[in-house]
Unconditional design. Structure first.
Length: 319
């Protein structure tokens, strides 16, 4: 019961709201401030100076002590203002492979007419990024989080903080955005040889793989080859369109779960399939992916690479 009350009080004090969408404005109730170790040392020094001035009736000692007190109060105000009223929005995290570092980017918008300096961003207190936010500008700040395992990686709660200008105080605020990063399986090294290509069968392979006859235009999709973009149509302000061709591919390359040695575990199979995807993509050949319960149709290009790697990253053995 004591732990539950403590957790509830902690969540209330530090405004734990869970993942949020949209922009977050660091209003007054979201910014916290406390003295740093240097700040406590500074306060103790002021107390000693005040005690000495009282004991020895030192007029100049009183002047100096109260001047330093005013400096400390001013520093507290400026530290708080350096973080307050910033508008923070979440960015997009690019997919990474397991064993590397995922970089999550947020954007700090300074709508005031005062520059903000030395704003830190951290997730665990170990790796910190510092940025300056000029007046009226929006700046990115990225934090790296180790991607240990495949799947979906969420950054959790991030901390924005500052000790500007004198380091006597630390002002901070928590932000947690509803964003994530796809973590692909770590490619096996060395990988197994690619499975042999087979002759295509049926009419299902006539479209999207052939490169023989022009069959029409469709809307451009991210990852389409620039060689297939209808640049003349784009010059006529018709938008980006991609040329489609009909024809029959001679071979099919299927990266099949069942083609792997039976003694491999789930993660080992996914690692070898990730390696096959990278090799097939580098070779520029059309390929497809077969997993238990899921099939990625034959295609080529950057979009196909991302589709296959994402399918491997999100594969659930128990589905």
């Amino acid at each position: 019961m004591y732990a539950a009350i403590r957790n509830h009080l902690y969540a209330w004090i530090f405004q734990q709201r869970g993942p949020e969408t949209g922009a977050i404005v660091l209003v007054q109730r979201r910014v916290f401030i406390l003295p740093t170790r240097q700040g406590f040392t500074f306060a103790a020094m002021l107390l000693v100076m005040l005690t000495g001035s009282i004991n020895y009736a030192l007029g100049l000692g009183f002047v100096l002590t109260f001047l330093l007190v005013a400096l400390g109060v001013n520093a507290m105000v400026h530290t708080f203002r350096n973080l307050a009223n910033l508008r923070v929005t979440g960015g997009r995290a690019l997919p990474v492979f397991a064993g590397t570092v995922a970089h999550f980017t947020i954007y700090l918008e300074n709508g005031s007419n005062a520059d903000r300096y030395a704003i830190g961003l951290t997730q665990d207190g170990k790796e910190t990024t510092f940025v300056d936010a000029p007046a009226g500008a929006t700046v990115p700040a990225a934090v790296g989080i180790p991607a240990a395992r495949r799947g979906v990686l969420r950054p959790g709660r991030l901390t924005l903080f500052t000790r500007f200008p004198l380091g006597l105080y630390r002002a901070w605020s928590y932000v947690e955005f509803d964003m994530h990063c796809i973590v692909y399986p770590r490619p096996a090294f060395p990988g197994l040889p690619l499975p042999p290509a087979t002759a295509s069968e049926g009419a299902g392979s006539r479209h999207s793989l052939g490169q023989e006859d022009f069959s029409g235009l469709r809307q451009y999709h991210s990852g389409d080859s620039p060689r297939h973009i209808a640049w003349k149509a784009a010059a006529r302000d018709q938008g980006l369109l991609t040329k489609q061709f009909s024809g029959r591919a001679d071979t099919e390359m299927w990266l099949d779960w069942s083609a792997l040695p039976p003694g491999l575990g789930v993660d080992e199979r996914l690692s070898h399939l990730a390696r096959w995807v990278l090799v097939a993509h580098s070779a520029g050949m059309p390929y497809g992916l077969r997993l238990p319960g899921k099939t990625v149709d034959l295609a080529a290009g950057e979009a196909q690479r991302e589709r296959c790697l994402e399918a491997l990253a999100l594969y659930d053995h128990d589905q």
